[in-house]
Design a protein around this ligand. Structure first.
Ligand code: APR
Length: 178
């Protein structure tokens, strides 16, 4: 089984055990993929989120998936791009690591990520792809869970950047195949 792959799709339709929402620190929903996940999961998701007390940028919190096919949602607020000199890359890497660590702790076997922070939060896609793939690959090398991680891009242009970045840095990695 491929441990890591990149695909184009709608993450709200994912069959992964957990999907990641690119949230904001309130965890009370928003636009973009966060809004799509809340719409697909139904109002019970927001009700559970209300009890979580928000989430710091770079950290992650877990809820049930409700009407989603996924059993769980990992909510992680990504950094807002402010030019790259305020620790954005470290915070973005922390989003991926926090979600993967929480999934591993809970014995979750498959996790699908969106392209965190590259929409409304304005993180330049090529740089975000480098940070995301590095964080994911380093985690997968050091942990047996999750068994499968996918990057679910909403459009082909986004997927192309992740695939180019993958080929640049990880094509020789036999542990995973794109
Ligand atoms: N499936 C997969 N990816 C999606 C979907 C979807 N259904 N909808 C949007 N995306 C993609 C976007 O195209 C983008 O590549 O998710 C990526 C992240 O974009 P945003 O959702 O705008 O997230 P982000 O840039 O992290 O901004 C977060 O936006 O939605 C609000 O509450 C959220 O305030 C927070 C901010």
């Amino acid at each position: 089984m491929d441990r890591f792959s990149i695909l184009v799709g709608d993450i709200t339709r994912s069959d992964a055990e957990a999907i990641v929402s690119a949230a904001n620190t309130s965890l009370l929903g928003g636009g973009g993929v966060d809004g799509a996940i809340h719409r697909a999961a139904g109002p019970a998701l927001l009700a559970e989120c209300r009890g979580l007390g928000g989430c710091e940028t770079g950290r992650a919190k877990l809820t049930r998936g409700y009407n989603l096919r996924a059993s769980y949602v990992l909510h992680t607020p990504g950094p807002i791009w402010q030019g790259g000199h305020l620790g954005e890359s470290a915070l973005l890497a922390a989003c991926y690591r926090s979600c993967l660590s929480l999934a591993a702790e809970r014995g979750i076997r498959s996790v699908d990520f969106p392209s965190i922070s590259t929409g409304i939060y304005g993180y330049p896609l090529p740089m975000a792809a480098t940070v995301a793939l590095k964080a994911i690959m380093e985690f997968l090398r050091e942990h047996d869970l999750p068994q499968r991680v996918r990057l679910v891009c909403h459009d082909e242009a986004t997927a192309a950047v992740y695939r180019q970045t993958w080929n640049l840095w990880y094509a020789e990695d036999k542990a995973c195949r794109m």
